[in-house]
Design a binder for this molecule. Structure first.
Ligand code: UT7
Length: 319
């Protein structure tokens, strides 16, 4: 069996920016509270005509261009999303069609904020066994459609966007090791009752979160899964060049970094500008750091994510 590796990455953020000052006019909050408790300064929200699918297409096109492949070489599309465009067909087939691809396997997975690590792990199995050569994985979310914009405890956090990787075969890692987990006994701490993304302005179907409880479990669980991943890879913390964490809250990011002895200079942070984009957050952050030259070919990058389910996971790649 061979390995899979990242051939190209891409990201898409919708044009509309919602600042903390904008939120001050919508709910009883303040820029200072949001920055101090979350690290978020602004977030992007999709326009009426946009969706997880349309944003996913934009991110995918950039990832395919970066991979140097012709799009016809994509053999499978996996979309991680908690805000699919429709109950069915999957957002993955809608993206497939918009990309002008036909015939390759395409499906969604539902693992909330952990979704992109799940997608990467699934893609890795297909590539390593030789079943599929090139897999496009996408994390795409229109979370603004399921936010309660009157609930200050959640609406300040969540945002929209999409990120994508093209993975392909390699003789050496690539994806060194990845670990995915879930514990459904926590399902009532972070959920949205209705599964399907509503049309813009079509009524209430909201994210509900016991933020403080989620916070505590997140820090411990993320540190544990990161240690598990490093242990399996036989690597020490000091051998990791970059930590690309799920972008939920700067306090969670720094607490996990501290537990891993990672100085913040080696942690990719986008939560200040992107907010929490759930399954899109890790690939968006990874892509940002590739494009601005921080993450270089050959470097060891540890990714981790945690969210509703709870689901969580971690992946170590040599980029
Ligand atoms: O991506 C999926 C995983 N999600 C996460 O990892 C999110 C995890 N949780 C968090 O990031 C944090 O728990 C929050 C940012 C959601 C909240 O921060 P916190 O430090 O846990 O605050 P808290 O919920 O304990 O609330 C502290 C106070 C409360 O007031 P009292 O009861 O002390 O008077 C809240 O009512 O802050 C109040 N508060 C706010 N004040 C101003 C809550 N939201 C706001 C707000 N503006 N937006």
């Amino acid at each position: 069996m061979g390995y899979s590796k990242i051939l190209g990455t891409g990201g898409y953020l919708p044009a509309r920016v919602l600042t903390n000052a904008d939120l001050e006019k919508m709910v009883e909050t303040s820029h200072d509270w949001i920055v101090e408790r979350t690290g978020i300064h602004q977030r992007h929200l999709c326009a009426e005509h946009e969706s997880a699918g349309t944003m996913g297409v934009a991110a995918a096109e950039r990832a395919i261009a970066a991979s140097g492949l012709d799009k016809s070489e994509i053999g499978m599309i996996i979309v991680a999303t908690a805000t699919p465009d429709k109950a069915f067909p999957s957002t993955a087939v809608l993206i497939q069609d918009k990309l002008g691809l036909h015939g390759c396997a395409a499906f969604d997975i539902s693992a909330a904020c952990g979704g992109f690590i799940y997608a990467m792990t699934i893609a890795d199995q297909f590539i390593r066994t030789g079943h599929t050569k090139h897999v496009l994985i996408i994390g795409a979310e229109a979370l603004s459609r399921i936010c309660d914009w009157t609930d200050r405890t959640t609406c300040i956090l969540f945002a929209d966007g999409a990120g994508a990787f093209v993975l392909g075969p390699s003789d050496e890692p690539g994806l060194v090791t990845s670990h995915i987990h879930a514990d459904g006994s926590y399902a009532n701490l972070l959920y949205c009752d209705n599964a399907i993304t509503p049309k813009p302005n079509s009524g209430k179907q909201n994210i509900v979160m016991a933020g403080n409880d989620v916070f505590k479990v997140a820090v411990n669980t993320l540190s544990r899964v990161a240690e598990e991943t490093l242990g399996k890879a036989g690597m020490t913390k000091s051998q990791v060049d970059w930590l690309v964490p799920h972008q939920a809250n700067i306090r969670i990011i720094s607490a996990v970094a501290r537990k891993l002895d990672m100085p913040m200079e080696r942690v990719v942070v986008t939560v200040d500008k992107h907010g929490n984009t759930s399954s899109a957050s890790v690939p968006l952050a990874f892509d940002a750091a590739v494009r601005d030259g921080r993450i270089q070919r050959g470097q060891a990058v540890l990714m981790e994510a945690f969210g509703g389910g709870f689901t969580w996971g971690s992946a170590l790649v040599r980029y």
